[in-house]
Design a protein around this ligand. Structure first.
Ligand code: FAD
Ligand code: SF4
Ligand code: SF4
Length: 474
């Protein structure tokens, strides 16, 4: 039945660790057509049930098969505001591709790779002087884009806090209905984790900026360098705007809680990646301090740990990743683990740091690790790590990057005490993103804890729908 899934072409590991250029090269037009021809165009489209934003997968793939890329782009953009990004970073194997009926017949259709191919085609075609990118597709698909009034004829204004995928997706859906949206971002560049977290070699920033330019062309107003809860308050926003969406993410890092974590040279993964991605520490002549070369130890085994380890490799370091469980329990995507291995990251499994060691000047010089064994499964279903008595040993390190997860920053909650939050400070919302406060909505990592781009986008879309319904936008 139409052969096996076409692999994504990738750059050679020995070459790619020398720079930050994108690792995955993308399909050619011929490969894309061949891969699209594998799709069975299933009537009930099980794959679509795995897509939080409801991309009409069989329809856009059928257009790729027919080599009608304009039509494919139009279908794609109708439901997905950031397809060039999702095609690159969605955990497709757990989402759409996880439900594809061809999984057992040559492999699931490479929906993500096809999405990336079509979105890149649209971006390259529309990257003209206006910078309007792919928006002609979006606007064409939206008959109501000039409806910006409620039933009483009043103009609708909405503010979004944070400029990650949750806010961008919410803002785009509102703007397409003619609502006047202003996004307030704490950092100096818009994009959230897409810009400051996910490294250039997985998601080129140029792609993110082009997608954001597309949203601006829809009329979304981006205001950077504003920390809501410090210089501007939610109360004030609720006075000025008809509704406010909180998409402030989960940027507060968790630490090990061991002695030595305050030594110079210990970073949270967020800080390390922000220095490199947002402040350009990887570029020649950059003024942002970050170690080049040396011995780097990354603690953790999720996607963020893999991104940190692969970034340090590109900065010339010998990189060890230490994890307290075994490879089978690593939370990172298999593809990320394989890429890290190919790039020479050393995995030290079943060990846990008990202390970070410093020198007489307060800089990191190593870690004290303890060996672990796997015990009974814990609440997460994974076998829990148990320390092996008297098994401590020391390793050298010039830099330690802690990648143990993140929670929402308490700033928003602290500045708005009446806002209900749940465990680990995640904002409590109903299924449509309504918070405990009227006209205040939330979604994405701020309301779920650290999750994924596509789940954040799905939440942003649901909140946009709820805002339109609650404000009775015509
Ligand atoms: P964010 O993207 O975190 O954006 C929130 C924004 O709000 C930030 O720009 C922040 O500066 C701003 N903000 C915070 N507080 C305030 C305030 N008080 N005032 C104004 N602005 C504020 N997911 C995937 O699907 N695939 C991946 O491959 C992947 N890789 C990842 C790699 C890394 C290194 C990290 C850290 C995460 C990764 N994720 C990945 C997770 C994904 O990026 C997040 O789930 C997603 O970005 C959440 O979107 P969001 O809009 O909720 O928040
Ligand atoms: Fe799949 Fe993500 Fe595209 Fe949806 S947006 S179809 S989940 S790759
Ligand atoms: Fe195509 Fe797979 Fe979706 Fe069927 S389930 S329509 S084969 S992508």
């Amino acid at each position: 039945m139409n052969g096996s899934r076409h692999l994504m072409p990738a750059r050679d590991p020995a070459e790619r660790i020398k720079n930050f250029e994108e690792v995955a090269l993308g399909y050619t037009r011929d490969i894309a057509r061949e891969e699209a021809a594998r799709c069975l165009n299933c009537k009930n489209a099980p794959c679509m049930k795995g897509c939080p934003v409801g991309v009409r997968i069989p329809e856009f793939i059928a257009k790729v098969k027919a080599d009608d890329l304009d039509a494919a782009a139009e279908i794609l953009h109708a439901d997905n505001n950031l397809p060039a990004i999702c095609g690159r970073v969605c955990p497709q194997e757990k989402q759409c591709e996880g439900l594809c009926v061809r999984a057992k017949a040559g492999g699931a259709i490479a929906i993500g790779a096809l999405e990336r191919f079509v979105a890149d085609f649209a971006l390259s075609k529309k990257a003209d002087a206006s910078g309007a990118a792919q928006n002609s597709y979006k606007i064409k698909n939206d008959a109501q884009n000039d409806a910006n009034v409620d039933f009483s004829g009043k103009k609708i204004k909405v503010a979004a806090i944070g400029s990650g995928p949750a806010s961008l997706s919410c803002a785009a859906d509102l703007a397409r209905r003619g609502v006047q949206v202003t996004v307030y971002e704490a950092l100096h560049k818009a994009g959230g984790v897409l810009v400051y977290g996910i490294p250039e070699f997985r998601l080129p920033k140029d792609i993110v900026f082009k997608e954001i330019e597309g949203l601006k062309a829809l009329g979304v107003n981006m205001v950077t360098n504003v920390v809501v809860g410090k210089t501007l308050f939610i109360d004030e926003l609720l006075e000025e705007y008809d509704a406010v969406f909180i998409g402030s993410g989960a940027g507060l890092p968790m630490f090990l809680g061991v002695e030595g974590e305050n030594l110079c040279g210990v970073y949270s993964a967020n800080e390390y990646l922000t220095r490199v991605n947002l402040m350009g520490a990887y570029k020649e002549g950059a003024v942002t301090p970050v170690l080049r070369g040396g011995k780097v130890v990354v603690v953790g085994a999720g996607n963020v740990a893999m991104d940190s380890a692969r970034t340090a490799r590109r900065l010339g370091a010998e990189v060890r990743l230490v994890y307290r469980r075994s490879r089978a329990e690593m939370p990172a995507r298999e593809e990320e683990i394989l890429h890290a291995e190919e790039e020479g990251v050393i995995f030290d499994l079943l060990v846990n740091p008990v202390k970070i060691l410093g020198d007489e000047n307060g800089f990191v010089r190593g870690l004290k690790l303890i060996k672990m064994r796997l015990g009974e499964p814990d609440a997460s279903g994974r076998r829990s790590p148990v320390p092996i008595e008297d098994s401590e040993y020391d390793i050298e390190a010039d830099e330690v990057i802690v990648a143990l997860g993140t929670t929402p920053n308490p700033l928003i909650k602290n500045s708005m005490p009446s806002l209900e939050v749940g465990r680990k400070g995640v904002i409590s919302v109903d299924g449509e993103g309504r918070t405990s406060i009227p006209r205040l909505y939330a979604g994405g990592d701020a309301a779920t804890g650290a999750a994924t781009v596509i789940l954040a986008m799905g939440a942003g879309k649901r909140a946009a729908k709820a805002i339109l319904e609650d404000l009775k936008v015509r």
